[in-house]
Design a protein around this ligand. Structure first.
Ligand code: NAD
Length: 498
């Protein structure tokens, strides 16, 4: 049997493009190559951008009402068929079906937010700023926008951006992760079914070659990127040098601060859920528990107990945690357990060699727990992006906050306490973009905006919410005078209002 090849999606249908390069797409629970994906060339990006540019000419002038109808149609279809999307996602990413469904639901939230674009994109009008003169400001679309997304949320992260981009009148070229690319084509087909004109939403698959072509293309007005910090920085620097508006969200190392008065059962549940959900491959995963003395020992026991009950296996079979995305990534993550031991940490639970409800060749690594991690160890400093939860012990709230604020990232953090005053202080003290109070994964709802601080974001605009609307529009201010025939004649002075 020949391996299927996933095409790009350009001008409303599959397009094989010109490149002969392809990359493997795995079924990570089976450990086999399920399909190949085309790795697009600069010429393929050129074609998609030209198609989008042509489509933008009419889509950008299509009434808000008609654009809104397409978004509502997409929302209905996606809601009806979300399980189908979740199943595709699980087969390529590996996260369990319930988690995949949750990802789709959070993407759907942004679609619903974008359905309100007539209200969100309203301008402002000032009547009579001078005699017979009015000023109004309007929000116009940018043109062709590029979206470059990571493997860990192949449905949700594109949906952080494209519903808002499309609703505001832009045309899109999406370059999804080459590791789990199929959901992008599935969403493209659904947008078409919802009535989106061909060419408004295009998908070019690929790697650095396709990304670079998007970042430097004259006809691309803006780039929305989500991925690791080094690539986010590169994307930001390259695309801004080429005159584009850029929002580039990067990596993370999220800490959970546990105060001695916290409900330790809630903390243990939350640490396990947020540490091992999606096998730790979440930018908002909790990867470090900061235990303020004396809670460490009791908390470790509670966490270890819960970890022992997790079922690891094929996400299609009702397990708690699936495989990692590739064999290489699994091996890299597992390697941190050796580093932990070498650096003097205590490996409390070692997830290597676990019994798995699935194929032996799947990319498995069981949940792992490392206590007393030195903050100089790469186990602490690196974004591991896998099911390895670190515990660092501190003697006070102040020491914990200092640790959290001293790191390079600032994506998410959480405090667990029953002291409202301490929680409020933490909310102000944390130099982090998203803060949870007794909530381990504080991903804001769609009508707020998502984004970290420091090395977790490059650019001025966060994703979705009001900042998403700002990002995908540019304001035009119009000053108009109607029409008193007694205009003032020649006056070379700077215009003043009277
Ligand atoms: P990645 O940086 O390897 O890839 C992201 C995208 O960039 C992909 O589309 C990939 O094809 C492309 N890319 C990779 N290398 C490139 C290069 N050298 N030049 C140009 N483009 C390149 O990230 P990933 O492994 O797919 O995703 C995991 C990372 O994403 C983690 O660091 C995670 O924290 C981060 N992430 C962040 C957020 C957030 O909101 N801050 C959300 C999800 C994921």
């Amino acid at each position: 049997m020949t391996t299927p090849v996933l095409d790009h999606w350009i001008a409303g249908g599959p397009d094989a493009g010109t490149s002969t390069r392809t990359g493997p797409v795995y079924d990570p629970a089976l450990g086999v190559v399920a399909k190949e994906v085309r790795l697009g060339s600069a010429a393929d990006v050129d074609k998609a951008v030209a198609t989008a540019k042509e489509a933008f000419a009419s889509w950008g002038r299509t009434s808000i009402a008609k654009r809104q109808q397409v978004l509502f149609g997409f929302r209905e279809l996606l809601n009806q068929r979300k399980d189908e999307l979740a199943a595709i996602l699980t087969s390529e990413h590996g996260k369990v079906l319930g988690d995949a469904a949750g990802e789709v639901a959070r993407g759907l939230e942004v679609v619903e937010f974008a359905c309100g674009m007539p209200h969100l994109s309203k301008g402002a009008y000032s009547l009579g700023v001078s005699t017979d003169v009015d000023v109004y400001s309007i929000k116009e679309p940018l043109g062709v926008v590029g979206i470059i997304s990571p493997f860990n949320f192949p449905a949700m992260v594109p949906m952080w951006f494209f519903p808002i981009a499309i609703a505001t009148g832009n045309a899109v070229v999406l370059k999804p992760s080459e590791k789990d690319p199929s959901v992008a084509n599935w969403m493209a087909a659904l947008l078409k079914e919802a009535g989106l004109p061909d060419g408004v939403f295009n998908v070019v698959h690929g790697d650095k070659e396709a990304v670079d072509a998007l970042l430097t293309h004259d006809d691309v007005a803006a780039i929305s990127f989500v991925g690791s910090t080094p690539i986010a920085k590169y994307v930001y620097e390259t695309a801004t040098t080429h005159g584009k508006r850029v929002q580039a969200l990067g990596g993370a190392k999220n800490h959970m601060l546990v105060l001695p008065d916290a409900d330790l059962d809630l903390v243990a549940d939350s640490a396990v859920n947020a540490g091992f959900g999606s096998a730790g491959e979440r930018c908002m995963a909790i990867s470090v528990v900061v235990a303020v003395d004396p809670v460490g020992d009791e908390l470790i026991e509670k966490v270890r107990d819960r970890m022992g009950k997790l079922v690891i296996g094929d996400g299609r079979r009702g397990c708690d945690m699936g495989p990692l995305i590739t064999r290489e990534h699994r091996d890299k993550v597992a390697g941190y357990l050796d580093v932990a031991a070498e650096d003097g940490a205590s490996v409390v639970v070692d997830g290597r060699g676990i019994e798995v409800d699935g194929e032996p060749d799947g990319f498995w690594l069981g949940p792992s727990l490392v206590d007393k991690v030195p903050t100089t160890s790469t186990v602490y400093t690196d974004e591991i992006f896998g099911p390895v939860l670190s515990v660092v012990r501190v003697s006070s709230y102040a020491e914990g906050v200092e640790l959290i604020n001293s790191g390079p990232y600032g994506n998410g953090t959480a405090i667990f306490t029953n002291d409202g005053g301490a929680a409020r202080r933490f909310m102000l003290d944390a130099e982090v973009g998203m803060v949870g109070v007794n909530v381990p994964i504080p991903v804001p709802v769609a009508y707020h905006s998502f984004g970290g601080w420091k090395a977790s974001i490059f650019g001025d605009a966060k994703a979705y919410g009001p900042q998403g609307v700002e990002f995908f529009t540019r304001e035009k201010a119009v000053t108009s005078r109607w029409l008193d025939p007694s205009h003032g004649g020649i006056n070379l002075g700077f215009p003043q209002n009277d």
